[in-house]
Design a protein around this ligand. Structure first.
Ligand SMILES: CC(C)(COP(=O)(O)OP(=O)(O)OC[C@H]1O[C@@H](n2cnc3c(N)ncnc32)[C@H](O)[C@@H]1OP(=O)(O)O)[C@@H](O)C(=O)NCCC(=O)NCCS
Length: 264
């Protein structure tokens, strides 16, 4: 890759990462005891209580050139202060020195998600079904379609939520958080009985069209394997993976995985 391409790729990764951190801040706002901790090199979503505790304690390396082991140790200390004993430290795979340092220090790699971005001018509308969108959707219903625990993020504000209905039931959903012209796409899901009808693509495309109409220029997300082709058909391109690391003292203990992960 040429140097200017590397700069462009790094800028795209940083933009998607900034939106991810902004979404965590939004999710933490109004959630009892929760907060986003920022240092020069990391952002850490701290959820000490409630249903969020087992799912959303995630930190991300913002500065690929930072001392990742020191940054990770600081994150670990912040979580310990909050009484949180299991978290994941997300590091983009292109942060090579950071990754090597974590491996050498005994950090363990757990899950990974594919980061994908889209220039909204290149959004391709799918040939999907006509959507029956609820005029008054709520985040709680979006989370229910995702199979997430009840009571998540009780005071969530500043997000856009779409909930599509079929025969009077909520069947498909997406939630977006906009940050400096980038539309972060989260919590895309279709209930199992309604999958493979084009609903996932249609609801995502609608959310993106609305974001573009509001002035967003780009979109970003972290995709599960199940959704990668859906997003690719809309025009999203992969920009590498976030690897999720747990500290050596964790002894390989794995925190429960959310049923449908789109990054939050
Ligand atoms: C990923 C997910 C949202 C996709 O939802 P969906 O409504 O099934 O999505 P779509 O119907 O638009 O597309 C899914 C597949 O059905 C196919 N499809 C769409 N319409 C179809 C039709 N009328 N007939 C047959 N197949 C069809 C698509 O081509 C796609 O195929 P592919 O995955 O093999 O490429 C859903 O599987 C899900 O909720 N998974 C769990 C949560 C999750 O992973 N969410 C993503 C977070 S990033």
């Amino acid at each position: 890759m040429r140097t200017d391409d590397q700069h462009a790729a790094r800028g795209t990764i940083e933009r998607a990462t900034a939106t991810l951190a902004a979404s965590w801040a939004r999710f933490a706002d109004g959630t009892p005891g929760a907060r986003l901790v920022r240092t020069a090199s990391v952002a850490a979503a701290v959820f000490p209580d409630g249903p969020e505790r087992t799912i959303f304690n995630n930190a991300v390396l913002l500065d690929h050139d930072a001392d990742a082991v020191a940054a990770g140790a600081e994150v670990e200390a912040r979580y310990a202060d909050a009484g949180v004993d299991a978290f994941a430290f997300w590091v983009h795979e292109t942060a090579g020195a950071a990754t090597r340092a974590l491996v050498a220090a005994g950090w363990r790699r757990a899950e990974s998600t594919l980061v994908m971005t889209l220039d909204l001018e290149a959004l391709r509308a799918p040939d999907g079904p006509e959507l029956d969108l609820d005029p008054a959707p709520s985040a709680a219903r979006c989370f229910a379609v995702n199979g997430l625990p009840r009571g998540l993020f009780p005071a969530l504000e500043g997000c856009r939520v779409l909930v599509a209905r079929q025969d009077g039931r909520d069947v498909a959903t997406a939630l977006t958080v906009e940050h400096e012209g980038d539309c972060g796409v989260y919590d895309v899901a279709t209930v199992p009985a309604a999958r493979r009808q084009g609903l996932g693509a249609a609801v995502t495309a609608r959310a993106l069209q609305e974001a573009r109409d509001r002035g967003c220029r780009t979109a970003s997300l972290q995709s599960t394997a199940a959704a990668e082709r859906v997003y690719a058909r809309l025009g999203f391109v992969p920009i590498g993976r976030f690897h999720e690391w747990t500290p050596p003292a964790d002894g390989g203990r794995r925190r429960p995985r959310r049923p449908a992960s789109s990054g939050a």
